[in-house]
Design a binder for this molecule. Sequence first.
Ligand SMILES: [Zn+2]
Length: 355
Amino acid sequence: MDEELSWQAVQERDASRDGDFYYGVLTTGVYCRPSCPSRRPLRKNVRFYATPAAAEADGLRACKRCRPLENRADRRTVVRIEQLCRYIEAHAQDTLPLEALAQRVHLSPFHLQRQFKAVTGVSPKQYVDACRLRALRQGLRGGSSVTRAIHDAGFGSASRVYERAATRLGMTPRQYRAGGAGVAISWAVSRTPLGLLMMGASDRGLCFVQFGDSEAALQQQLRSEYPEAVLEPMGDAQRAPFQDWMRALAAHIEGQPPARQLPLDLRGTAFQMKVWAYLQQIPNGELRSYTEVAEAIGSPRAVRAVASACAANRVALLVPCHRVIRGDGSLGGYKWGLERKRTLIDRERAAKAGD
Ligand SMILES: [Zn+2]
């Protein structure tokens, strides 16, 4: 919330901002809408809140003049919606259609949408998704197989998780950055048509997919990319999903469609995350130049930074940095050797031509 703009709206009694935020006056213990007709408080006594619930949690009560709860959600509705939140948390693994949720609180779906958002700041669907992602993380941490954890958490299919993975599951660059402090990564090595491949997974998904010449070299690489993480060989509980993932990647290397359903745990700067997200959208069998990628992500002058982000990729194949080449058609670089890059490009092209 931009406090400067909010304060300006309060001073102007800007009714168009009503519902966007509330302001509380610490000296009177009351919170108001921006448009409240009461006398303007002193700036130093004012605090801003995104929702009435947040203001109430801070011990403030609704103003009797501007009635911040009225027309949006009265007190009883706030309580009902809070109860609905508890219900969603306990039943996140079930299907929760909006109509059914609305019936539980005796509101129309339309009013539930509006009032849920007014009270919590998010839509019911966003709230359900957040609960499911939390359950998924817990399931993965508890050692369930990924497929199992995805279904137990209430997601109908792995692809729905994948859609969110880039933005929700993996997007904690500020919390983690590189290094992986406090993260446990289990790893396994397998032979593929392009040489030894190591996969490393955190509780969120794959964070390391790389080729190497020997297991020792791969372990060293993993250690250098996640110096702070706890590394351990994959345990029995994870063996089955790992084998599934390995099979999917081996098939991809042979030219099959890419294994899109695998959960990823990407960690990087905001810019790197942007580049990697774009790379995942380049269709199988197509190529882009570094310049095209820079333009596509809205940073046309950051061509070199795009190349660096490709070089910093830790998840081969799934973040297909091999699909980016120089504008003159030459291959440019590849972290795992130009021979592998050429092979991957050729196989994906051949597979596309065969479609
Ligand atoms: Zn007021």
